[in-house]
Design a protein. Structure first.
Length: 86
């Protein structure tokens, strides 16, 4: 089973335990529920703590090589929270 590293806590875990965030070729950053969307991906554990740590330390946007303004970051966090609940 393939493993990936969470950008929030830096621990490795099986890919199926993590949530993939993707920067599409057009530059949009969003949650990749399928795990197969084209673009540059980063992974976080399916927990609010890891997602918040990744956003607070900017490790998520750094690994995606993206830029997010305050509104974009807030929108992404809402999308991550929705994915964690559903």
């Amino acid at each position: 089973m393939p493993e990936r590293t969470c950008v929030g806590c830096r621990r490795a875990a099986p890919k199926s335990y993590l949530l993939r965030i993707v920067r599409s070729p057009s530059g949009a950053v969003r949650v990749d529920r399928s795990g197969r969307a084209p673009g540059r991906g980063a992974y976080v554990h399916r927990s609010s703590a890891c997602a918040e740590a990744a956003m607070k330390r900017s490790s998520l946007v750094r690994s995606l090589r993206a830029t997010l303004d305050t509104a974009g970051a807030a929108s992404l966090m809402r999308e991550i929270e929705e994915a964690l609940q559903g």
